[in-house]
Design a protein around this ligand. Sequence first.
Ligand code: DC
Length: 224
Amino acid sequence: MKTNMHIAIDGPAGSGKSTVAKRLAQRLDMTYIDTGAMYRAVTYKAIQKGIRPGDRQGIIDTAAGIRIELKGSEILLDGADVSGNIRDPLVDARVSEAASIPEVRERLVALQRQMAQKGAVVMDGRDIGTSVLPDATFKFFLTATPEERAKRRYKDLAGSNPGMDFDMVMKDMQRRDLLDSTRGHSPLRAAEDAIIIDTTGKSIETVLQEITDIVGGAGRCFTK
Ligand code: DC
């Protein structure tokens, strides 16, 4: 494996990017970095500390003092595994606010670049191809219709949140899409040199194969 191989996978919630990125990293024997989990961890910690919505400085201070480690699919916040907690709808409701604060982004982007310097990574997020790793070896941008994305998100959430209602999930997703794509600092958008893949109606396996074909077809040599 080339140690400087960096694959950026961006896209909105429910586009399938996290599942595809995780599986791609396993298949290519690379490290998977879920940057959304990092914004979620800051948000979760701010909620734990009682920081109120709108308290920018409180969120900035939270991000400044945080210790985040990614171990496979586990996310450790100050040493404790918070992988389940960060997917809570309460975190969904507040994460776009934290992600819109430039100081929070600067801190997390610095951590993400440090992680990428250590070797071959598949990194997923919203601004990986445009900002975090502008020189990534490959950049993919995954999309899907809003209905399909909301259905996927609903399926993910319904198991652990029995009261969940589809329209609520759809509305929250649209609200987050709008905030993420219109914020002033590194908004959600495809890099000019990204390969755009519409995942509507496609299985994870199909998308994974499409990406693997592109990566492999570019003449790179992989161990898996
Ligand atoms: O991918 P996700 O749903 O776990 O991301 C959670 C939030 O974090 C999402 O609303 C947008 C934000 N985010 C971001 O702004 N930049 C990233 N690189 C990753 C996520």
